[in-house]
Design a protein around this ligand. Structure first.
Ligand code: KDG
Length: 309
């Protein structure tokens, strides 16, 4: 009782195992990736009990996904095994400057999710439901599921929503629905480019005027840092300087660090720093979830000076 449930698609991820153009690559490294299960994995590592709910195909890739996420200690008992649809797949070309991703996920088991998934979430027992803007792009039934979750009255839990705008998924859908969904969440995480798409500005000072109210909004400003807008105040924390190996997955890591510290009742600056610290661990690996940073590095960083405006 009291954990976090993360809902969303997770796929098998193929990363080239040798240099060169992808069409010539013959050796592949098989990993697993999905924004929301990444968050659940990081949360579990941080000591927060987490479950991940989704659907996978009744196939070997589905098994790989369940083994990887479950192997981290995340509760995967709510995942539906769908024998009529395959597990999704994507190819990631790892590079420090951004990683082109090709999806093979149309018609996947997770895109078949709909309102019937709500019973699997254990809503009576969780403190936080974590969702992202990937799910509403997957299918009409996934969008309906997101709307229902965000609209229905919440008893005893909050909803966090990471915008996770993936342009490749929105080619035949209107991304403005992301604003409707974000406006119903309690905690929203957005890159400044995503905030620009959804609210017309990525500037925290302007967002602060546009968005009064109790909701918490984190604007991630890339390598500069992140700003939390909450209760009429704004808190900025600079990011850590790291040698980036590969950036995909850093946003999920940030979300987990921030949410774990939020659930622990920490101050705004500690919550943002916890996000940056998790993100740094993800920036140092080509996979989505990297090794944890050692405690003697993280502990002093969590408690340095902060800026409020
Ligand atoms: O945040 C990382 C994810 O983008 C990656 O794991 C793949 O879930 C994924 C997606 O839909 O892009």
């Amino acid at each position: 009782v009291g954990g976090v449930v993360c809902l969303g698609e997770t796929m098998v991820m193929m990363v080239p195992g040798e240099p060169g153009p992808v069409h010539l690559v013959r050796t592949w490294h098989r990993a697993v990736g999905g924004a929301e299960s990444n968050v659940a994995m990081h949360l579990t590592r941080l000591g927060v009990r987490s479950s991940w709910v989704s659907a996978v195909g009744d196939d070997s890739f589905g098994l790989a996904v369940l083994d990887t996420v479950g192997g981290f200690g995340v509760d995967v008992s709510g995942v539906r095994i769908d024998s009529s649809r395959p597990t999704g797949l994507y190819v990631k070309e790892a590079s420090p400057h951004g990683s082109p991703v090709r999806y093979y996920r149309r018609g996947s088991a997770a895109s078949g999710m709909g309102l019937e998934m709500i019973d699997r979430l254990g809503l009576g027992e969780v403190k936080l439901v974590h969702l992202s803007g990937i799910t509403p792009a997957l299918s009409d039934s996934c969008l309906a599921l997101m709307r229902e979750l965000l609209r229905r009255p919440r008893h005893g839990f909050r909803i966090s929503f990471d915008l996770n705008w993936r342009p490749a998924l929105w080619t035949d859908r209107d991304p403005r629905v992301l604003r409707e969904l974000a406006d119903m969440a309690d905690v929203v995480l957005a890159g400044s480019d995503e905030a620009e798409l959804v609210w017309g500005t990525g500037d925290p000072a302007r967002l602060r005027q546009l968005l009064p109210g109790p909701r918490s909004l984190v604007v991630k400003q890339g390598a500069d840092g992140a700003t939390l807008l909450e209760g009429g105040s704004a808190y900025f924390e600079p990011a850590l300087k790291v040698e980036v190996v590969e950036p995909v997955g850093a946003g999920d890591a940030f979300a987990a660090g921030f949410l774990a510290a939020t659930l622990a009742g920490e101050s705004p600056s500690v919550r943002l720093r916890a996000g940056h610290l998790q993100a740094a661990s993800a920036l140092l690996t080509a996979e989505d979830v990297g090794d944890p940073l050692p405690d003697d590095v993280t502990d002093p960083l969590l408690h340095a000076d902060s800026q409020t405006w």
